[in-house]
Design a protein around this ligand. Structure first.
Ligand SMILES: [Zn+2]
Length: 190
């Protein structure tokens, strides 16, 4: 292996995981990007036909939170591994979720249980953005330490609940234990 590849093996592994994710998403029949035909960097609305179809949208923050959680979870579970190895594992978990999330089974579950009306799966570009957000979240957690990670996680939860009536924790709750009152509150979004 050339020395540059040895030095950057983790980055190369992350890129390889991303490439495989794109391939699987395409084989799964996901569109490259939004059917509106425009490729936009970020979509502000959580409730538009462009959501989950462009690179980043409010839900990108949930994926950033995954990175925050994975950093500390893996630091705890695999203390002997380097942070580079853990970044690769974190990315692999996130990419696997991106594939599972877009299977018909999970898509239908979301439709039934949550406010994700008309959700038909992420575009390939959005899956890329999600994995990228997780990679960034992981890196940020390593830089800011455990306390600020908690502050950042809670801040994102509150900001998302206040602005789009959805968040990572709400999403997990509604996926496993749907609560009608919360669903109605979400559906009545402005
Ligand atoms: Zn669009």
């Amino acid at each position: 292996m050339p020395s540059w590849a040895k030095r950057h093996w983790a980055a190369l592994a992350v890129l390889a995981i991303v490439a495989v994710t794109v391939l699987i998403n395409r084989l799964d029949g996901r569109v490259w990007f939004c059917k509106c035909g425009e490729l936009r960097f970020v979509i502000a609305s959580a409730y538009s036909e462009h959501t989950s179809q462009h690179l980043f949208d409010p839900y990108s923050l949930s994926h950033l939170q995954h990175g925050l959680v994975f950093y500390w979870l893996l630091a705890w579970l695999t203390p002997r591994l380097s942070w580079q190895s853990r970044q690769v594992i974190s990315t692999a978990i996130e990419a696997t979720w991106e594939v599972i999330e877009n299977t018909p089974l999970v898509i239908n579950r979301y439709r039934e249980a949550t406010a994700a009306l008309g959700y038909a799966g992420d575009s390939v570009v959005n899956s890329l953005g999600d994995v990228l957000a997780c990679v960034i979240g992981f890196a940020v957690a390593g830089k800011i330490g455990p306390r600020w990670t908690i502050v950042l996680f809670v801040a994102i939860e509150l900001a998302m609940i206040a602005t789009i009536r959805d968040s990572l924790l709400l999403n997990v709750l509604m996926l496993f234990r749907p609560i009608q009152a919360i669903k109605e509150w979400q559906m009545a979004h402005p």
